[in-house]
Design a protein around this ligand. Structure first.
Ligand code: GDP
Ligand code: MN
Length: 390
């Protein structure tokens, strides 16, 4: 679960990490008043669950309360499109009004879980700011990575080493090391999957400040952080992902795919994705209808899959167990009618009531092709999408 910048800022402040003075505004009037309170100048920052706001016009330095109101007016109620959002952008329903910081240097600092090392890793770079992605691509040696001990955490000497590697002014080595240690503590105590400060700023008057922060909390740990769970903003999520969540489905939209996959069980879903890829087509999503799904849930799952304009064919791969194949089949028929989709469907059904399920689909007037197993289904889907006969 992602936090907004204003929420992340408060969490950081709670750990004693220096952040700019700021408040939230949902109207131009509030933006004007907040800017006045800051002495007449501010930064108006669109609050969306995506980075890249600066380059997209979502971060505006203003020199008067009137200009702040104008900037807020221009942002609130619109969709901000950045390189991290979908092409339609993310809705801006509030702006953060922050004090203007006089920046001497922009650094980069983050903590994340390294799946390969199986431990949290601190990443830092002297080349912080809006070009960090280019730095990562073109000059990765400018980014240092320090693995923390999975049990102890980050040793104080490691925090100091990172501060030194960032080449901060001598007077700031201690405060920067302290900031890094606090950030690591925040990461662990709040079950974060990512905490990113970009930029971490050295100000002209030699202070170190977390100017912008992004925090991502592990969804599976939210049950023990009720206060954080309250900070969720579903309006920032993809519409289809919202629908799936409401229906109790695990659905993840994937880029560059054309096969909508409906599967029961996460392992089967991953195997289906792998085999589809091997057959030369890309899955457009990960969708696990789970074990106890009813006909209506399956119908909704099908509807969600075909509502994705990238989907050119649907692969239904059901291994009947707790979920019976006849229920899955009825759900698919219901979903196809409900959505009015005429997309080709390739079906593999095994297990409980498979014969009955296949019969229901055979008798439907849907464009269904049957396959005996997944290794046959995957190339069939590829052919169907290529436009050839199945
Ligand atoms: P992002 O583009 O979504 O990551 O938004 P940021 O909050 O990181 O802002 C983007 C850029 O705007 C920063 O890298 C800074 O260069 C600039 N910026 C943001 N706040 C200030 C500020 O208070 N003073 C100055 N001088 N620049 C700022
Ligand atoms: Mn940033």
């Amino acid at each position: 679960m992602k936090l907004h910048e204003y929420q992340a800022r408060e969490l950081l402040a709670g750990y004693g990490i220096p952040v700019p003075e700021a408040s939230l505004a949902t109207t131009p009037e509030e933006a004007r008043a907040a800017t006045e309170a800051l002495g007449g100048r501010s930064v108006v920052k669109a609050q969306v669950h995506a980075g890249g706001r600066g380059k997209a016009g979502g971060v505006r330095l203003v020199d008067s309360p009137a200009a702040a109101a104008e900037a807020a007016e221009a942002l609130i109620g619109t969709n901000l499109v950045t390189h991290q959002t979908s092409p339609s952008g993310a809705p801006v329903s509030s702006v953060m009004i922050a004090e203007q910081t006089a920046i001497a240097t922009e650094l980069y600092l983050s903590v994340l879980v390294d799946a390969q090392l199986r431990t949290p890793v601190v990443m830092a770079s002297q080349a912080g700011g809006m070009e960090i992605e280019r730095v990562a691509e073109e000059t990765p040696e400018k980014i240092i990575r320090v693995a923390a001990d999975p049990v102890f955490g980050l040793w104080p000497y490691q925090a100091r080493d990172i501060a030194l590697a960032l080449d901060v002014p001598p007077a700031l080595v201690r405060p920067t090391a302290a900031l890094i240690s606090s950030l690591f503590k925040l990461f662990v105590e709040n079950d974060c999957t990512l905490v990113e400060i970009n930029p971490l700023v050295i100000t002209e008057d030699e202070r170190v400040i977390a100017l912008d922060s992004k925090i991502d909390i592990d969804d599976d740990a939210l049950f023990r952080h009720p206060d954080l769970a309250k900070l969720a903003d579903p309006s920032q999520d993809d519409e289809l992902e919202q629908r799936a969540r409401n229906a109790g489905l695990s659905y993840v939209k994937l880029d560059d795919g054309s096969v909508g996959c409906m599967v029961n069980g996460a392992g089967l879903a991953m195997a289906t994705m792998d085999i589809t890829l091997r057959a030369g087509t890309n899955p457009a999503n990960f969708l696990d209808v789970g074990g106890g799904a009813q006909e209506e849930t399956i119908a909704e799952a099908f509807d969600i899959i075909v509502s994705d304009p990238d989907v050119k064919a649907v692969l239904v791969n059901i291994f009947g167990g707790i979920l019976r194949c006849d229920i899955a089949a009825r759900g698919v028929v219901m979903g196809a009618h409900q959505s009015g989709s005429g997309l080709p469907i390739v079906v593999v059904m095994r297990g409980t009531n498979a014969e009955e399920g296949l019969e229901i689909l055979r008798k439907s007037n849907l464009n269904v092709t049957f396959a005996d197993d997944l290794s046959e289904a995957a190339p069939t889907v590829a052919r169907v999408i290529a436009g050839g006969a199945a």
